[in-house]
Ligand binder design. Sequence first.
Ligand code: ADP
Ligand code: MG
Length: 319
Amino acid sequence: MKEFQLIEKFFTKQASSRRDVELGIGDDCALVIPAVNKSIAISCDTLVENVHFYPDIPPKALGYKSLAVNLSDLASMGAEPAWMTLALTLPDVDEEWLTSYSEGLFEAAEYYNIALVGGDTTRGPRSITITVNGQVPTGKALTRNGARNGDWIYVTGTLGDSALGLDVIRGSRQVAPEHQGYLVNRHYYPSPRLLAGQALRNLASSAIDLSDGLLSDIQHVLKLSGMSAVIDVDLLPLSDALKSSVNDEEALSYALTGGEDYELLFSVPEAQKGALEIALANTGVSFAQIGQVSTGDKLRLIRNGQPYTPTNIGFEHFS
Ligand code: ADP
Ligand code: MG
């Protein structure tokens, strides 16, 4: 199968189209029509086999996830998805693999209303690069540098499920059968928090999405904001599946350092707290207040009102 046949067969069949796509796949460039008074948010992520995913990942999950992780970056900026490109490097033309991969990709694309407008296809070790473009009213994007002393810190969803899901997939953890599906799905099918991100536009002082783990990602916000924080680990939102699968200490460690949750972490000034809780409740996404921005240069964790040092993780590395 030639490159253009492959593209035609697997990547030109997106069910719905966007009216702001003037020219999609097929020419040397795609043409899109940006909305007035909006800035374009652009982000790109590469997933390399054996580095970011294992060869045994179901191709449909890979299709979904390869887009979802990019959409999560748009969510954390408060942007709305619009257009994307896909650079695909494949060792061979495996039609079964391509069918499932494109199914997963387009499932996420339809759900989040983003159009595939172009890409590139090459032969080599399996690797996927997606570039997403979103739009956000100019001046309203959420950034990492706006956290201020006294702002409240929140996260969406629950933490640690994806990392436990990966351990279940890899066979290094056994969990009760009733939790298995949920945990594996949290790893394979992350939910980019786009509606929450958009709802935060006029309310949050900073935001970031959690890809590497809470303790790691919060440092980016604190560093760029010139702030520190106190996190009450008793307030971390944990799923029933996580809580009933591992002991308390392990659950905290998954929640603090587990990667790939793709939840949002954001800060909100005291004056916006009421408005925030109403705006987020309307999105249907759960959220929890977990701490507060402070001055100083050391992130502090509190458990049962006492300073807390997590076991089993190199916390010194983070403080
Ligand atoms: P060129 O040689 O000009 O780069 P290509 O033959 O690589 O053109 O691509 C032809 C068209 O197909 C272009 O519009 C390109 O954006 C699109 N395309 C190539 N690969 C993909 C892909 N994996 N997914 C979506 N569109 C693709
Ligand atoms: Mg090309």
